[in-house]
Design a protein around this ligand. Structure first.
Ligand code: M6R
Length: 611
């Protein structure tokens, strides 16, 4: 949720940290701060501000510091309101210890009470502030020791960076579940929540494992884990720097919408052959076990859950295996009937979503084979799973997920095809035909995004941008698309939406309709199109203004809708990939009409590492 970054080297750290925070801002952007290690008696200079990084830059610009060691934080508030006092870094009372943290200290109430009883005056309402006070009290001349002792007392999941003024050229980090990586430079080192924070400076990375403590100095990294001290060997990452920059695009979201063809191509790349054979070596399940699967459960949150809804149709219809799709935050607190012989797919683009991770662990504990469908290689989800089903969408910065969503659907289609081929639910001719449909998808997506139809979405958006409520409807595979379209709109425009299976509209939501209410309906060609159109009539009869996503060339739709958003023809089970595109663009254009920042929608963060 929050982003943390630290730097130890020989260059002035403030600018480097601000740049690192800018690359992490997608993780949270309600307030931010820096602590710069001025050395010895001077301790730390602290600058914090409410608002996004532009504010912090401004505040930091008024101070001059040549400190070559420091840490920074960009916050998504969990404990305590968005105020300067609650912004990180936090210091101990004497100002000798500085800490930035991402995650949650679950036993913070007890720890705060203990500190208060000992006469410590806490300055903020946060859980994180207990850490510098506890470190100060444990400190006996070695920050690593103090951090190890304090970490053992903390419950929850977190990653933090600590510094002590008596050891001014050293940063110590600790991680439990939340990510922390070391960037190894030339005589300088970085510690951060994610690689983009230092990608412009170095590509040599050491992953810190959950439960480890790491100390970085300008020329050295040491890591302590369960097995004692280890010197991590850096691995070179070949990420494209352009992926973490907007390039010429006006926002990350728009850039990422247009990267969807490439994301699908890369996700399919080398895995699917024209004869329909599918290679998924990271699944960790051999062919006989896949052929014998009893059932599949999919757990996910938000947009990833919506991809799971498309996946259910694909796996049930292509592989003939029953599928349940569940919201991870509910699943984890049920007593799900799951066990050996079941495949559980946790879908999480970030690989960090706390609820999805918990649901995956629960299923694994009960003996199911758990696979992480993720866009983040090496993420916690991949470590908590028996196998991985990767998407290769490239890093996604926009808070509203777009390219990772369509890539997830394609990855689920690969899984469905592989199972269906192995358990012979599909005959060889059909396998080949489905492979051809899947391989055609990236081209369809590219063609649509470059077409006049995609540009025409702007005009539709301009006509409805002033509305106060939207209803989204779909049936069959269109339901997940309707949910996703509605989520996109509410996330980045703040307009209330309702999304429903179209057949259910008459059981309640129809009461929401009045003259001119925009009803966005997913009406692509498929077995239920006639049923959808009947539901559209019911809405129109109540004065609704219908915006229909339809298959290009379908002449019937125009008679049923006020606006038609045509998309290329595809296999109906794969149509969620193309049908969601105009809905992403519609949300985007409405937000633009309203002058909103689509990359930093209010109250949201890209990764949700708290439950
Ligand atoms: O990283 P994940 O896929 O696990 O994230 C799940 C949701 O938090 C995420 O999809 C969220 O709903 C997005 N903001 C949607 O645009």
């Amino acid at each position: 949720m929050c982003g943390i970054v630290g730097y130890v080297g020989s260059r002035p750290s403030a600018g480097i940290l601000l740049e690192g925070l800018e690359r992490l801002e997608y993780r949270g952007y309600d307030s931010a701060g820096l602590a710069l290690s001025e050395g010895g008696a001077q301790g730390f200079s602290l600058v914090r501000s409410v608002g996004n990084l532009a504010r912090l830059r401004e505040a930091a610009g008024h101070r001059s510091s040549s400190a070559t060691v420091g840490m920074g934080h960009t916050r998504w508030a969990t404990h305590g309101r968005v105020t300067e006092e609650n912004a990180h870094p936090h210091l101990d009372e004497a100002g000798r210890v500085a800490v930035v943290m991402n995650g949650i200290v679950e036993n913070y109430r007890a720890l705060r009470a203990e500190l208060s009883a000992d006469g410590v005056h806490l300055q903020s309402e946060t859980d994180a502030e207990v850490i510098p006070h506890l470190i100060a009290r444990s400190y006996e001349g070695d920050l690593v020791d103090a951090v190890q002792r304090v970490t053992a007392r903390l419950e929850g999941h977190f990653a933090f960076i600590a510094a002590h003024a008596d050891e001014p050229f050293r940063l110590v980090g600790a991680r439990r579940e939340c990510p922390l990586v070391v960037g190894v430079g030339d005589g300088e080192q970085f510690l951060a929540s994610a690689i983009p924070a230092f990608l412009s400076e170095t590509r040599r990375v050491i992953e810190v494992e959950s439960g480890e403590v790491v100390a970085v100095e300008a020329g050295e990294t040491r890591i302590w884990g369960a097995g004692g001290l280890r010197t991590g060997a850096p691995v070179r990452v070949d990420w494209d720097q352009g992926a973490v920059e907007r390039g010429g695009w006006e926002s990350f979201m728009l850039k990422e919408i247009h990267e969807q063809g490439a994301a699908l191509r890369d996700t399919l790349g080398g895995r699917l052959r024209p004869d329909g054979s599918v290679d998924l070596p990271e699944l960790g399940l051999r062919a006989p076990a896949l052929a014998r699967l009893r059932r599949v459960q999919i757990v996910a949150c938000g947009t990833s859950y919506h991809a799971g809804l498309a996946g259910r149709h694909l796996i049930e219809e292509w592989a003939g295996v029953p599928v349940a799709v569940e919201v991870a935050s509910e699943y984890r607190y049920r007593a799900p009937l799951v066990g050996p012989g079941d495949l559980v797919v946790g879908i999480t683009q970030s690989g960090e979503t706390a609820d999805t991770l918990a649901a995956m662990r629960l299923a694994r504990g009960r003996g199911a084979h758990v696979v992480a469908l993720t866009n983040a290689p090496g993420s916690q989800a991949t470590r908590d799973a028996d196998g991985v089903l990767p998407t290769r969408a490239g890093i996604e910065i926009g808070v509203a997920a777009t390219k990772t969503h369509t890539a997830q659907i394609v990855a689920l289609a690969l899984l469905a095809l592989r199972i269906g081929r192995l358990n012979r639910a599909l005959d060889p001719d059909r396998v080949g035909a489905l492979a051809a449909e899947l391989l055609a998808l990236p081209g369809l997506v590219d063609r649509y995004l470059a077409s006049p139809a995609a540009r025409e979405v702007e005009a539709v958006a301009a006509r409805c941008a002033g509305e106060g409520f939207f209803l989204y409807l779909g049936r069959h595979v269109g339901v997940g698309v309707a949910y996703e379209g509605a989520l996109k709109l509410k996330e980045i425009t703040y307009i209330p939406t309702e999304a429903y299976p179209a057949g259910e509209m008459k059981h309640g939501p129809i009461a929401l309709l009045s003259e001119g209410t925009p009803v966005v309906v997913v009406a692509t060609d498929g077995p239920v199109l006639d049923k959808v159109l009947s539901n559209v009539q019911e809405a129109r009869a109540r004065g609704a203004r219908v915006i229909a996503v339809a298959t290009e060339g379908n002449r019937e739709i125009a008679a049923h809708a006020d606006d038609v958003l045509p998309v290329p023809s595809s296999l109906d089970l794969l149509s969620p990939v193309v049908a969601v595109l105009p809905l992403q663009l519609l949300a985007y254009s409405v937000a633009r009409e309203r002058g909103l920042n689509v990359d930093q929608p209010r109250n949201l963060a890209k990764t949700v590492t708290v439950e």
